[in-house]
Design a protein around this ligand. Structure first.
Ligand SMILES: [Cu+2]
Length: 134
């Protein structure tokens, strides 16, 4: 009986240590702590514009591997607007810019894919609308 009551507490300690270790590890390796995240875009998500944008600019919360970044702009028919590659700004490694040709009024989707410094790929899309000139 005495042995039993000694074994039980140490087993509880083991569970507690494993649980703490698990949470510490999941925080350390957790995606939300490690990935680059889009914090701002121009044009903004769901914006309705009166003037055609000259470029798409994306800002992230941390530096990205600029040479691996890709941004594409598609019109409502899914047609790509430009073959140009996004450019990085030497003084701000958290942002990428895609220069645009003249675009017609309509709804557009921005697709982007960037590589975080930690090696993870971050991929998403958003849309905006360019109004017809009145
Ligand atoms: Cu990551």
């Amino acid at each position: 009986m005495k042995q039993n009551s000694q074994v039980l507490p140490s087993f509880k300690w083991l569970i507690a240590i494993v649980t703490i270790a698990f949470f510490a590890l999941s925080i350390y390796a957790g995606p939300s702590f490690a990935h680059a995240k889009l914090v701002k875009s121009d044009p903004p998500n769901r914006a309705t514009l009166n003037i055609a944008p000259k470029q798409i600019q994306l800002w992230f919360n941390e530096e990205i591997e600029g040479s691996f970044a890709s941004i594409s702009l598609h019109d409502a028919d899914g047609k790509s607007v430009t073959d140009a590659s996004p450019e990085t700004l030497p003084d701000d490694l958290k942002t990428v810019v895609l220069r645009l040709p003249e675009i017609a009024p309509g709804r557009y989707t921005v697709n982007f894919r960037v590589l975080s410094k930690d090696g993870h790929v971050v991929e998403s899309d958003y849309s905006f609308t360019l109004k017809k000139a009145e």
